[in-house]
Design a protein around this ligand. Structure first.
Ligand code: ARG
Length: 275
């Protein structure tokens, strides 16, 4: 962040210099040299990046962010890159545990967190959020033929299911508060949603609570799994910033423009085929 600020400072100084150069060159007595200097300064301004936007994410969440070969791609990666390009920043992705994203943002190691991250009251205690750019639904994945046929079954008086979640996600938080704390379930927490799904396939769990889009991808890739029709929770995804960061308004402004001009919808369409 310090580096970013320094670069921005240099930028505005350079801009100020350009301003001086052109105003003096407009004076009749201004030597030709100073016009050249102004042109050179302008070229520098055009080439110079404002710095690097670092996006903290957890690339285990298709179609929002996932690995393809050496690259991390997906809806969030593309939207963030479009924002960086629009604003004149270089762009980088830092892959980490989902749990580490908010700490990376609040400590300034990352410029923002973008990870299909749900806006919650608790998270708003430590970060600021952009406008929402997508809706997510917490759904329940079961083995075909499971005794669990609706979300309500998880809340039955005598329920005692084994539930898999990705650590620190809203699926984890809800299952913990609603079910584990009420003595209705045992929660197994995994670093990757895909690992929870593997445990379900192996018969170690009764269900997995996870966001709908990765759920669809995981279920499509495996025989014998199904997503319950009933929804556990409907949520909004947004970009997380350090509290009172100067970036929030700038990035959110670019996001709003990319939503308004259809870029965000086009990126989402590219990764999620309309049903
Ligand atoms: N929407 C959920 C949440 O905010 C899950 C997000 C998980 N994202 C990821 N990239 N692994 O907790």
């Amino acid at each position: 962040m310090k580096k970013l600020f320094a670069t921005v400072m240099v930028m505005s100084l350079t801009a100020a210099l350009v301003g001086c150069g052109s105003s003096s060159s407009s004076e009749a007595a201004a030597p030709a040299e100073s016009t050249d200097a102004a042109v050179e300064e302008e070229a520098v301004v055009e080439e110079e990046s404002k710095g690097t936007l670092i996006m903290a994410t957890n690339a285990e969440f298709p179609p929002y962010e996932y690995h393809e070969g050496d690259a991390i791609i997906g809806i969030d990666a593309e939207i963030a890159e479009a924002i960086a390009t629009k604003l004149g920043y270089d762009f980088m992705i830092e892959d980490m545990l989902f749990d580490s994203i908010i700490p990376a943002v609040t400590s300034g190691k990352a410029s923002f967190g973008m990870a299909g991250m749900t806006v919650t009251e608790e998270r708003m205690q430590s970060v600021d959020f952009s406008d929402s750019y997508a809706t997510g639904v917490q759904v329940v994945i079961v083995a075909e033929g499971s005794a669990i046929t609706s979300v309500d079954d998880l809340f039955a008086d005598d329920a005692s299911y084994g539930i898999g979640v990705q650590t620190g996600t809203t699926g984890d938080l809800y299952a913990t508060w609603d079910l584990e704390d009420a003595g209705l379930a045992t929660i197994d927490r995994y670093n990757k949603g895909a690992d929870a799904v593997q445990a379900l396939i192996a018969g170690k769990l009764d269900c997995v609570i996870i966001d709908n889009e990765p759920a669809k991808e995981f279920v499509a890739a495996t025989e014998g799994l199904a997503i319950l029709d009933s929804e556990y929770a409907v949520e909004e995804y947004a970009i997380a910033f350090a509290k009172d960061s100067e970036l929030t308004e700038e990035v959110n402004g670019a996001l709003q423009e990319l939503i308004a001009d259809g870029t965000v919808a086009a990126i989402i369409d590219k990764y999620i085929s309309a049903e």
